[in-house]
Ligand binder design. Structure first.
Ligand SMILES: Nc1ncnc2c1ncn2[C@@H]1O[C@H](COP(=O)(O)OP(=O)(O)OP(=O)(O)O)[C@@H](O)[C@H]1O
Length: 255
Protein backbone atom coordinates (compact mmCIF):
# COMPACT_ATOMS: atom_id res chain seq x y z
CA UNK A 1 0.00 0.00 0.00
CA UNK A 2 1.58 3.28 -1.11
CA UNK A 3 1.25 6.22 1.22
CA UNK A 4 0.26 9.49 -0.42
CA UNK A 5 0.55 11.57 2.74
CA UNK A 6 2.43 11.02 5.95
CA UNK A 7 2.22 13.51 8.78
CA UNK A 8 4.55 13.11 11.74
CA UNK A 9 4.63 14.93 15.03
CA UNK A 10 2.71 17.92 13.67
CA UNK A 11 2.30 20.81 16.08
CA UNK A 12 0.47 24.08 15.45
CA UNK A 13 0.17 26.91 17.95
CA UNK A 14 -1.96 30.02 17.92
CA UNK A 15 0.25 32.33 19.94
CA UNK A 16 1.33 30.31 22.97
CA UNK A 17 -1.58 27.89 22.83
CA UNK A 18 -1.03 24.64 20.94
CA UNK A 19 -4.12 23.72 18.92
CA UNK A 20 -2.59 20.42 17.80
CA UNK A 21 0.37 18.71 19.44
CA UNK A 22 2.46 15.94 17.95
CA UNK A 23 -0.21 14.64 15.58
CA UNK A 24 0.66 11.81 13.20
CA UNK A 25 -1.43 10.35 10.43
CA UNK A 26 -1.08 8.51 7.15
CA UNK A 27 -3.20 8.43 4.02
CA UNK A 28 -2.72 5.54 1.62
CA UNK A 29 -3.48 6.12 -2.06
CA UNK A 30 -7.08 5.50 -3.01
CA UNK A 31 -8.44 5.47 0.52
CA UNK A 32 -10.75 7.65 2.58
CA UNK A 33 -9.21 8.54 5.92
CA UNK A 34 -11.41 10.39 8.35
CA UNK A 35 -10.55 12.57 11.32
CA UNK A 36 -13.43 12.85 13.74
CA UNK A 37 -13.62 14.69 17.02
CA UNK A 38 -15.56 17.33 18.90
CA UNK A 39 -15.72 21.07 18.43
CA UNK A 40 -12.34 22.72 18.85
CA UNK A 41 -10.35 19.46 18.77
CA UNK A 42 -8.06 20.91 16.10
CA UNK A 43 -9.48 19.25 12.97
CA UNK A 44 -9.57 22.37 10.78
CA UNK A 45 -6.18 23.41 12.12
CA UNK A 46 -4.77 20.07 10.97
CA UNK A 47 -6.13 20.51 7.44
CA UNK A 48 -4.93 24.10 7.21
CA UNK A 49 -1.46 23.09 8.34
CA UNK A 50 -1.25 20.28 5.77
CA UNK A 51 -2.32 22.78 3.12
CA UNK A 52 0.43 25.19 4.23
CA UNK A 53 -1.97 27.89 5.38
CA UNK A 54 -0.61 27.91 8.94
CA UNK A 55 2.93 27.80 10.30
CA UNK A 56 3.59 24.42 11.87
CA UNK A 57 6.33 22.16 13.21
CA UNK A 58 6.88 18.51 12.45
CA UNK A 59 7.06 16.61 9.22
CA UNK A 60 4.72 16.37 6.23
CA UNK A 61 5.68 14.02 3.43
CA UNK A 62 3.44 14.15 0.37
CA UNK A 63 3.96 11.89 -2.65
CA UNK A 64 7.40 11.04 -1.34
CA UNK A 65 8.48 14.68 -0.96
CA UNK A 66 9.01 16.61 2.25
CA UNK A 67 6.66 19.63 1.84
CA UNK A 68 7.01 21.34 5.20
CA UNK A 69 8.79 24.30 3.57
CA UNK A 70 6.63 24.37 0.43
CA UNK A 71 4.30 27.33 -0.14
CA UNK A 72 0.54 26.84 -0.52
CA UNK A 73 0.73 27.35 -4.32
CA UNK A 74 3.36 24.64 -4.63
CA UNK A 75 1.23 22.25 -2.57
CA UNK A 76 -1.81 23.02 -4.76
CA UNK A 77 0.33 22.49 -7.84
CA UNK A 78 1.40 19.11 -6.49
CA UNK A 79 -2.22 18.01 -6.16
CA UNK A 80 -3.23 18.92 -2.62
CA UNK A 81 -6.65 20.47 -2.38
CA UNK A 82 -8.77 21.75 0.51
CA UNK A 83 -12.52 22.32 0.44
CA UNK A 84 -13.01 24.58 3.47
CA UNK A 85 -15.93 24.41 5.85
CA UNK A 86 -17.34 27.71 4.54
CA UNK A 87 -17.36 26.41 0.91
CA UNK A 88 -16.14 29.83 -0.36
CA UNK A 89 -17.85 29.87 -3.71
CA UNK A 90 -17.98 32.80 -6.11
CA UNK A 91 -21.45 33.86 -5.01
CA UNK A 92 -22.37 36.09 -7.96
CA UNK A 93 -21.15 33.65 -10.57
CA UNK A 94 -23.05 30.79 -12.14
CA UNK A 95 -22.53 27.15 -11.24
CA UNK A 96 -20.80 26.57 -14.59
CA UNK A 97 -18.44 29.54 -14.14
CA UNK A 98 -17.54 28.41 -10.62
CA UNK A 99 -16.64 25.02 -12.03
CA UNK A 100 -14.62 26.46 -14.90
CA UNK A 101 -12.69 28.63 -12.46
CA UNK A 102 -11.95 25.49 -10.47
CA UNK A 103 -10.10 24.25 -13.53
CA UNK A 104 -8.29 27.58 -13.97
CA UNK A 105 -4.89 26.12 -13.13
CA UNK A 106 -5.31 23.92 -16.22
CA UNK A 107 -6.33 26.80 -18.52
CA UNK A 108 -3.28 26.34 -20.73
CA UNK A 109 -4.14 22.75 -21.50
CA UNK A 110 -5.19 22.82 -25.12
CA UNK A 111 -7.25 19.66 -25.37
CA UNK A 112 -10.92 19.43 -24.42
CA UNK A 113 -10.21 17.86 -21.03
CA UNK A 114 -11.71 20.78 -19.09
CA UNK A 115 -14.98 20.43 -21.00
CA UNK A 116 -14.91 16.69 -20.37
CA UNK A 117 -14.24 17.25 -16.67
CA UNK A 118 -17.16 19.68 -16.53
CA UNK A 119 -19.37 17.00 -17.99
CA UNK A 120 -18.01 14.45 -15.51
CA UNK A 121 -18.93 16.80 -12.65
CA UNK A 122 -22.46 17.11 -13.98
CA UNK A 123 -22.65 13.33 -14.12
CA UNK A 124 -21.41 13.05 -10.53
CA UNK A 125 -23.89 15.70 -9.38
CA UNK A 126 -26.82 15.83 -11.84
CA UNK A 127 -28.35 18.59 -9.78
CA UNK A 128 -25.50 20.89 -10.78
CA UNK A 129 -26.21 20.23 -14.45
CA UNK A 130 -29.84 21.23 -13.92
CA UNK A 131 -28.69 24.39 -12.21
CA UNK A 132 -25.64 25.21 -14.31
CA UNK A 133 -26.82 28.74 -15.14
CA UNK A 134 -27.96 29.60 -11.62
CA UNK A 135 -25.95 31.98 -9.42
CA UNK A 136 -24.06 30.12 -6.68
CA UNK A 137 -25.52 32.36 -3.97
CA UNK A 138 -29.03 31.08 -4.73
CA UNK A 139 -28.17 27.39 -4.29
CA UNK A 140 -29.34 25.32 -1.33
CA UNK A 141 -26.81 24.25 1.30
CA UNK A 142 -26.48 20.78 -0.20
CA UNK A 143 -26.07 22.12 -3.72
CA UNK A 144 -23.39 24.52 -2.49
CA UNK A 145 -21.46 21.66 -0.93
CA UNK A 146 -21.74 19.69 -4.16
CA UNK A 147 -20.51 22.71 -6.11
CA UNK A 148 -17.59 23.27 -3.71
CA UNK A 149 -16.59 19.64 -4.08
CA UNK A 150 -17.00 19.61 -7.86
CA UNK A 151 -15.08 22.87 -8.22
CA UNK A 152 -12.19 21.40 -6.25
CA UNK A 153 -12.21 18.30 -8.47
CA UNK A 154 -11.92 20.45 -11.61
CA UNK A 155 -8.28 21.04 -10.61
CA UNK A 156 -7.75 17.25 -10.71
CA UNK A 157 -6.31 16.97 -7.20
CA UNK A 158 -4.56 13.86 -5.94
CA UNK A 159 -5.53 14.40 -2.33
CA UNK A 160 -8.92 15.87 -1.60
CA UNK A 161 -9.26 17.33 1.89
CA UNK A 162 -12.81 18.04 3.01
CA UNK A 163 -13.58 20.11 6.09
CA UNK A 164 -16.96 19.07 7.48
CA UNK A 165 -18.85 18.59 4.22
CA UNK A 166 -21.93 17.48 6.18
CA UNK A 167 -22.21 20.71 8.14
CA UNK A 168 -25.73 22.09 8.06
CA UNK A 169 -27.02 19.50 5.60
CA UNK A 170 -30.05 17.23 5.94
CA UNK A 171 -29.18 13.54 6.48
CA UNK A 172 -30.33 12.60 2.97
CA UNK A 173 -28.06 15.21 1.39
CA UNK A 174 -25.16 14.15 3.65
CA UNK A 175 -25.57 10.63 2.28
CA UNK A 176 -25.63 11.94 -1.29
CA UNK A 177 -22.45 13.96 -0.81
CA UNK A 178 -20.62 11.11 0.94
CA UNK A 179 -21.72 8.61 -1.70
CA UNK A 180 -20.11 10.89 -4.27
CA UNK A 181 -16.93 10.94 -2.16
CA UNK A 182 -16.99 7.14 -1.98
CA UNK A 183 -17.37 6.89 -5.75
CA UNK A 184 -14.33 9.15 -6.16
CA UNK A 185 -12.34 6.85 -3.86
CA UNK A 186 -13.50 3.87 -5.91
CA UNK A 187 -11.90 5.58 -8.91
CA UNK A 188 -8.61 6.02 -7.08
CA UNK A 189 -8.92 9.38 -5.34
CA UNK A 190 -7.36 9.77 -1.88
CA UNK A 191 -9.48 11.65 0.62
CA UNK A 192 -8.90 13.21 4.03
CA UNK A 193 -12.37 13.72 5.47
CA UNK A 194 -12.74 15.86 8.58
CA UNK A 195 -16.10 15.46 10.25
CA UNK A 196 -18.01 16.01 13.46
CA UNK A 197 -20.69 13.72 12.09
CA UNK A 198 -18.87 10.58 13.21
CA UNK A 199 -21.57 8.17 12.18
CA UNK A 200 -21.64 9.41 8.58
CA UNK A 201 -17.86 9.71 8.31
CA UNK A 202 -17.17 6.23 9.71
CA UNK A 203 -19.74 4.69 7.38
CA UNK A 204 -17.76 5.81 4.33
CA UNK A 205 -14.13 5.88 5.53
CA UNK A 206 -11.53 3.12 5.39
CA UNK A 207 -9.47 4.31 8.34
CA UNK A 208 -10.20 6.74 11.16
CA UNK A 209 -8.47 8.96 13.68
CA UNK A 210 -10.21 10.43 16.70
CA UNK A 211 -8.77 13.83 17.54
CA UNK A 212 -9.32 15.23 21.01
CA UNK A 213 -7.85 18.47 22.35
CA UNK A 214 -5.19 18.48 19.67
CA UNK A 215 -3.94 14.91 19.97
CA UNK A 216 -4.87 11.55 18.45
CA UNK A 217 -6.87 9.71 21.12
CA UNK A 218 -7.60 6.63 19.00
CA UNK A 219 -7.03 5.31 15.49
CA UNK A 220 -7.84 2.23 13.50
CA UNK A 221 -9.82 0.78 10.60
CA UNK A 222 -13.08 2.76 10.40
CA UNK A 223 -15.19 -0.33 11.10
CA UNK A 224 -13.25 -1.05 14.29
CA UNK A 225 -13.36 2.55 15.45
CA UNK A 226 -17.12 2.63 14.80
CA UNK A 227 -17.52 -0.53 16.90
CA UNK A 228 -15.43 0.80 19.78
CA UNK A 229 -17.85 1.19 22.71
CA UNK A 230 -16.26 4.44 23.85
CA UNK A 231 -16.59 5.93 20.37
CA UNK A 232 -20.17 4.75 20.14
CA UNK A 233 -20.98 6.28 23.48
CA UNK A 234 -19.18 9.57 22.95
CA UNK A 235 -19.49 10.30 19.26
CA UNK A 236 -22.21 8.16 17.76
CA UNK A 237 -24.50 7.55 20.71
CA UNK A 238 -27.99 6.16 20.62
CA UNK A 239 -30.43 8.92 19.86
CA UNK A 240 -27.93 11.32 18.33
CA UNK A 241 -29.14 10.34 14.87
CA UNK A 242 -27.04 11.24 11.87
CA UNK A 243 -26.61 14.81 13.05
CA UNK A 244 -23.33 16.18 14.32
CA UNK A 245 -22.69 15.87 17.99
CA UNK A 246 -21.16 19.17 18.94
CA UNK A 247 -19.46 18.29 22.22
CA UNK A 248 -17.80 15.16 23.49
CA UNK A 249 -19.21 14.52 26.93
CA UNK A 250 -16.57 11.98 27.98
CA UNK A 251 -13.45 12.41 25.86
CA UNK A 252 -11.69 9.13 25.13
CA UNK A 253 -8.41 10.50 26.35
CA UNK A 254 -9.93 11.17 29.77
CA UNK A 255 -11.45 7.73 30.20
N1 LIG B 1 -6.97 31.84 14.42
C1 LIG B 1 -7.01 31.33 15.65
N2 LIG B 1 -6.49 31.99 16.69
C2 LIG B 1 -6.53 31.48 17.94
N3 LIG B 1 -7.04 30.26 18.25
C3 LIG B 1 -7.58 29.55 17.24
C4 LIG B 1 -7.60 30.04 15.90
N4 LIG B 1 -8.20 29.11 15.13
C5 LIG B 1 -8.54 28.09 15.95
N5 LIG B 1 -8.16 28.36 17.22
C6 LIG B 1 -8.35 27.47 18.39
O1 LIG B 1 -7.69 26.24 18.13
C7 LIG B 1 -8.45 25.14 18.59
C8 LIG B 1 -8.73 24.18 17.44
O2 LIG B 1 -9.61 24.80 16.49
P1 LIG B 1 -10.07 24.10 15.16
O3 LIG B 1 -10.93 25.08 14.41
O4 LIG B 1 -8.91 23.53 14.47
O5 LIG B 1 -10.97 22.92 15.74
P2 LIG B 1 -12.00 21.98 14.98
O6 LIG B 1 -11.78 20.63 15.54
O7 LIG B 1 -11.89 22.16 13.52
O8 LIG B 1 -13.38 22.55 15.51
P3 LIG B 1 -14.77 22.72 14.73
O9 LIG B 1 -15.29 21.35 14.57
O10 LIG B 1 -15.56 23.55 15.69
O11 LIG B 1 -14.50 23.41 13.41
C9 LIG B 1 -9.70 25.73 19.22
O12 LIG B 1 -9.49 25.82 20.60
C10 LIG B 1 -9.80 27.10 18.60
O13 LIG B 1 -10.45 28.01 19.45
Amino acid sequence: MTLLLKVENLTVAYGKVEAISGVGLAIPEGRIVTVIGPNGAGKSTLLNAVMGLLPSRGRIVYAGQEVMQAKVEARVGAGLCLVPEKRELFAQMSVADNLLLGGYSRRHVRDDSRARDLDAMYTLFPRLRERHAQQARTLSGGERQMLALARALMARPKLLMLDEPSLGLAPRIVREVLEAVASLRDRGMSVLLVEQNARAALSVADYAYVLETGTVALEGPAREVAANPRVTETYIGVGHGAGAQREASTPLAAS
